[in-house]
Design a protein around this ligand. Structure first.
Ligand code: HPA
Ligand SMILES: [Zn+2]
Length: 339
């Protein structure tokens, strides 16, 4: 493999919270631009706060940081910075989460968030040739009625949103709590994703399948505790969007050397690698590939399988999928010839 293999490998990003790409430098700049106080005196201060013990300790800082996002321009700048980094990391297609309730609850209208994101998406297309889809993610620590209100607020833009997701504090907020709003989302033609089995038990993954009828599971690591569930996920080719650096930062995996990504592939799971909240967890998607591939000594074939799975798991039409897979094959053939 050539040295820049991981960043040149064509891939799809399927698990990225746009608010989690807010780098400390931009957080600081926006806090000044918008005169929003943050509990940090400097960029170094912000970085020093990024020592997490679990999901909730991260979410507390993540929601506090998002308070600096106020205007359409802020959302544009946030997403444009992410797309530039993603393009440099070989991302050719991205399906990104945004958390509307984090903003609407602060009085920021849905249209401000979306117009900023749409402008950045247009820039990603024209500057990088990248295709981008948006996934509206409901916050699971809030109630289902709030999720319904969010779906209603997004109604004017639903033709430009590919799907919905479920994120935030997993324990104590099972998928079952959102069965009706997921059914309503499906009726509106939206694809369905759900964070499950990051901290929550395998039973939450089963609920996401049985009660929400999801198209994709985000994380899914704890399926490994339940062999019958693993067999079902493998048999149905359910995509699991795995985030190695996130798993270590949030202490769901002790060390990157202990990450189960190769076990997942060996069990026949359609696992893929993604970045989750890269500004907080120490690396964007290529760094997630590099870190887990080196720590687990993955073969080139295994790494290419992860990238192939990212396209197979994406919400692409057949023609676009075929194009992406053909480009991946050409990349691999050229890399093999060069080494
Ligand atoms: O890693 C995550 N897990 C759950 N909710 C989230 N919201 C942003 N990132 C995450
Ligand atoms: Zn996530």
């Amino acid at each position: 493999m050539t040295p820049d293999f991981y960043s040149r490998l064509p891939k799809a990003e399927l698990h990225l919270h746009i608010e989690g790409s807010l780098e400390p430098e931009l957080m600081f700049a926006l806090s000044r631009r918008n005169r929003i106080a943050i509990p940090f005196a400097s960029v170094d201060d912000i970085r020093a706060a990024y020592r997490f013990t679990d999901l909730q300790s991260f979410l507390d800082i993540y929601y506090a940081g998002a308070a600096v996002l106020q205007t359409e321009e802020d959302f544009h700048d946030l997403a444009a910075a992410y797309f530039d980094r993603a393009a440099a990391d070989g991302v050719v297609h991205a399906e990104i989460f945004f958390d509307p309730q984090t903003h609407t609850h602060r009085g920021i209208p849905m249209g401000v968030v979306l117009d900023g994101l749409f402008a950045a998406i247009e820039g990603a297309r024209s500057r990088h040739g990248m295709t981008v889809e948006l996934i509206l993610s409901y916050l699971r620590h809030l109630d289902e009625e709030d999720a319904f209100a969010t779906l209603r607020a997004a109604e004017p833009w639903l033709d430009r949103i590919v799907g919905v997701g479920l994120d935030s504090s997993e324990r104590g907020n099972p998928p079952a709590k959102f069965a009706r709003v997921f059914a309503a989302s499906r009726e509106r033609g939206l694809k369905l994703c759900c964070h499950a089995g990051e901290e929550g038990p395998p039973a939450y993954i089963r609920e996401a399948l049985d009660l929400l009828a999801v198209d994709r599971i985000d994380h899914g690591n704890r399926a490994l505790e339940d062999p019958a569930l693993v067999a079902r996920l493998a048999r149905t080719a359910m995509t699991l969007t795995v985030c190695p650096l996130s798993n270590v930062a949030l202490r769901n995996v002790d060390r990157i050397e202990d990450h189960p990504i190769d076990r997942m592939l060996d069990l026949g799971l359609r696992a893929t690698v993604h970045s989750d909240d890269p500004a907080y967890f120490g690396g964007y998607i290529a760094e997630n590939y590099r870190a887990v591939a080196e720590a687990r000594r993955l073969s080139r074939d295994a790494v290419v399988t992860l990238a192939r799975n990212s396209f197979l798991g994406a919400f692409l039409d057949d023609a676009a999928l075929a194009d992406h897979l053909a480009r991946l094959d050409r990349f691999v053939a050229a890399d093999v010839a060069a080494t």
